[in-house]
Structure formats: C-alpha cells, structure tokens
Design a protein around this ligand. Structure first.
Ligand code: BGC
Length: 484
C-alpha cells in the first residue's frame, strides 16, 4: 500500500516515507515472534526474582464476584494526578464513589520522596475535611494504588523496585512505600490506616471482576502500560511455600513495560533509540517506550524532526524540503514538546485545516510553513506510531492468553476453554485514541486466530484504581479480623 494514498507527494518524499513505513511494519510473523518471547519472559519472571519482567506476586488470591460490601478510602498515585476517593461497595456488582483529584508537580515527582508523601497526606486530610468525615477514634482503612513496580512482601507492604513514567523522587527505591505514606499520614495526624497496596492493573482486574463476575486480564494502556492476571500458584516457583499456603491462585502484576529491555525482539527504530538515549531511564521500560502515552508523542516528534532536518531533494530548484519547508518551532525542538494527546486529536480530525490549526496553536508554527502535504505527512507519521503501539499491545494480551492455556501460538486451542474472556482495560490511549482497540484486535487475530480473538471482550474499567484499592482494603480488614 502506498504510504500516502491521497496525495501527490513527489517521488523523493515518497521514498523517504516508504523507508519509515518499512521500519514500522509488523508482519504477522514478527508479531508471533514477539509473543513467543513474551511467554518465555513471563515464565522466566515467575521462576526467579530480579528478572526485568518482574512478574510480581501481589498477595491477592481471588478476583471478587460482585457481592462485596463496605466503605473504604482509596488513594491513587500513578501519573500526573493524585486521586483521593471514598468508595462504597454496594454489593450486587454496584459501587459509588466520591473523589477529588490533585495535581502532582514536576518538583514533587523529582524531589525528596518525603515531600511527595507529605503532599499526598495533606490531600487526604483536605478531602476528609471537605467530606466532613474526620475520623477520631477508629482509624479509617485505606487502600493505596501505587502504579509503579513494587516488590510486594504482603498485601499491605512492598518495596519500590524502580520509578517509571518520569518520576525519580529520591529516597524511595528499596523502601516500603506503604510505610513511607503511613509515616506522612501519622506525622500530619490524619487518622487513617493504609492497609492494602495495589497496582493499577490489579485494580482494573479486580474492578472488572466486581462488575461482571470474571476477568482474565487487567491492562493499562495510558501514560504507562502494564497488565495483571490470575496465575496458578504451582506455576510460580519463586514464591516461597509459606507464602503460598492455603491458596491455589494468585494475581501477578507482570510489569510488562520492561519486556525485552535486553532488545532481542522489539522492532526498535532510530527514533525509538533517540527517545531512550536521553530519557531519564535509558535501557529500561523498553516495551512501554514503544506503547504508552508518555512516549508516543516523543517518537512522532523525533520522526518529524528527522524529516525537517533532511537536506532538500538533490537538484531541486527552488530547494524542496521534506517537511514544513525545513522550518521547526521552539516547542517542536523541545523534548516531549509534542504531546501524545495531539495524536488522538489528529486522528479524530485529519483534515489539513484542522492539523494546521493544531500545529499553529499548540506547536508554535506559522501558517504559511504548513502545506496540505505537510499536514498529511504529520497525520501519517502520528498514525504509524499509534498503530504500532496498538499492534504491539496485542502481543502482551496474546501472551497472557497463551500463559493461561486458553490458546496456543497460531490459534490452536489450549487446555482450557471459555465462551468469553473479559479483558478489563483503562488508560488514556485505549480510551481516547480512535481505533486503538480495532488495531489491537487485528494483530490479535494474526497471533492467536480469529476464533480466540472473538472470545476476548474488551471492557473499560473506569475508576478501577479506586475500586480495586477499596476491594483490597476490604480483604485486608477481613484478614485482620480473622487474626485478632
Ligand atoms: C508501571 C506500572 C503501571 C503502569 C501503568 C508502568 O510505568 O511500571 O506499575 O501499572 O505504568 O500505569
């Protein structure tokens, strides 16, 4: 298929775009190769600690069935916002929620971690005051959704392995994040007890379970990407016997963003390498950097800058440049200056007029610098980057289906069968990028066949983080009661 079907792009420009196209192409065979490696890395991570794909046992041993009841506090740190909620599980698959969002500044993300947790504690205090629920005697139970790789040691404790998504607050890595948060709550005399720690993917999985009674995978395709699924205890050799007693299943937080940090199979281009090289965590989160919202705009920007920088077509007179007549803008020259949100906006309206307006208003270009062909190229570049993200996302979903023995690579049936399999999702990409699910499904068909792809039902788990944290707080309270 020619890259720009509706344009009369001159041949030299077509040639350059063709070469970009080739680097972004994912054949069915490549998708299957990536998926096979994914399954291998799943198994490696389940065997040993300290693998890049951490496969973290979460100490959550069941998916809820919708009958759970109770009112709990839940807080959620994972990206640009910190959310504080009061969640009421009403049973009968229903819940209600009151919440407030607070902005997390760059200073908080990168300064001493005590500032971050103190700020979070202050937000909790403010929320409770507004709600009129100031706990005096008995502490309120609270679940913490903390969407970073944390080595859990219990349902309510875990050490941060590494930061992701632009966070680098000092004094956190290696420490128990629940304890750090509790210290800040205690210091500020906010009478709440943080009793459960959950990843957002686990929250998504549990929320879909609560809403519909089952869910095989909770996945986030947002600022970051990751997934959590239910594994047989017997398939987690690294879990010590004492942790495994009395249960035959455990939810695993895969931390698949770190898939293939060793770069064996991922189809990295020069623009991905440029992004990685100057990121705050080079050589980490390799898969996430190809897929998630934090990075897609930056990959697109790198390609656009490459096109801007190319010398004019040899022999052209007047000189013919490849993009924007060779012009750039201050914003375009700035790392992360091309927001991933622009990819969604451009996909929603790809007319030259709309794109020109966006480039002028949001990227500081001057109207005359942008021809219709330039606008078309920008839309094409953004589409390449986002489509690759959606197709690569399918590898993780397929790998989970294979690991859970529902299917084999290529589509042969597995040992287990199901009429429908719920995939709970959340995150800005899957929610707002037009056609993300369709592109992911197309790749899924190539990897595991049409029949299996049809059994997968993709459902949003809005507010999954809050509800998941509340459900885990409930489990923690119940087991506390049993022990006392
Ligand atoms: C984090 C995960 C998280 C995902 C989605 C990744 O960067 O490592 O823990 O689940 O983002 O928020």
């Amino acid at each position: 298929m020619p890259p720009l079907p509706n344009s009369n792009a001159p041949q030299p420009i077509r040639d350059v775009l063709d070469s970009i196209e080739q680097q972004f192409e994912l054949s069915d065979e490549k998708l299957r190769e990536i998926t096979a490696h994914f399954v291998k890395m799943y198994q490696l991570g389940l065997q040993h600690g300290h693998e890049p794909m951490a496969m973290i046992p979460t100490f959550v041993t069941a998916v809820p069935d919708g009958s759970e009841t109770g009112t709990f506090m839940a807080v959620d740190l994972g990206g640009t916002n910190f959310r504080v909620c009061e969640v009421t599980l009403e049973g009968n698959h229903k819940f209600s929620l009151k919440q407030k969002k607070f902005k997390v500044t760059e200073d908080l993300k990168t300064g001493p971690v005590t500032n971050l947790f103190d700020y979070m504690a202050t937000c909790v205090g403010e929320f409770l005051e507004e709600l009129g629920t100031v706990p005096e005697e008995e502490a309120l139970h609270m679940g913490l959704t903390f969407s970073f790789p944390v080595e859990q040691t219990a349902l309510g404790a875990g050490r941060l392995i590494t930061w992701t998504k632009g966070f680098s607050a000092t004094g956190a890595v290696g420490n128990d994040v629940v304890q750090l948060f509790q210290d800040s709550l205690d210091k500020k005399r906010i009478n709440t007890k943080c009793c459960a720690l959950v990843n957002d993917t686990v929250g998504t999985l549990l929320t879909r379970g609560y809403l519909t009674g089952s869910c095989f995978l909770g996945a986030i395709f947002g600022t970051g990407t990751n997934g959590a699924y239910v594994e047989d205890m017997a398939a987690i050799p690294k879990l010590k016997k004492k942790d495994a007693k009395h249960h035959d299943k455990m939810v695993i937080n895969t931390e698949w963003g770190a898939f293939d940090n060793a770069r064996h199979v991922l189809p990295l281009t020069r623009w991905d390498n440029a992004l990685d090289r100057i990121s705050i965590n080079p050589r980490y989160q390799a898969y996430e950097k190809l897929i998630s919202g934090m990075y897609l705009g930056e990959i697109a920007r790198n390609i656009l800058i490459y096109l801007i920088d190319l010398p004019p077509v040899p022999g052209s007179n007047p000189p013919q440049y490849y993009l924007f007549k060779g012009h750039s803008s201050k914003k375009m020259n700035t790392q992360y200056g091309f927001d991933s949100e622009l990819l969604s906006k451009i996909k929603e309206d790809s007319t030259p007029g709309a794109i020109r307006q966006l480039l002028v208003e949001e990227m500081g270009f001057v109207t005359y610098q942008i021809s219709d062909l330039d606008a078309e190229i920008v839309a094409w570049v953004c589409d390449k980057v986002a489509s690759r993200s959606a197709a690569l996302s399918a590898c993780a979903v397929a790998a989970t289906l294979i690991q859970c023995r529902y299917v084999q690579l290529g589509g042969e049936p597995g040992e287990k069968s199901a009429d429908t399999l719920e995939l709970g999702v959340d995150g800005s990409l899957v929610e707002f990028y037009p056609g993300f699910e369709q592109t992911m499904r197309k790749a899924l068909r190539a990897i595991i066949g049409d029949k299996m792809e049809k059994t997968v039902k993709v459902r949003m788990a809005k507010d999954g983080s809050g509800v998941g944290a509340a459900l885990c707080a409930l489990v923690a309270v119940k087991s506390e009661a049993k022990l006392s």
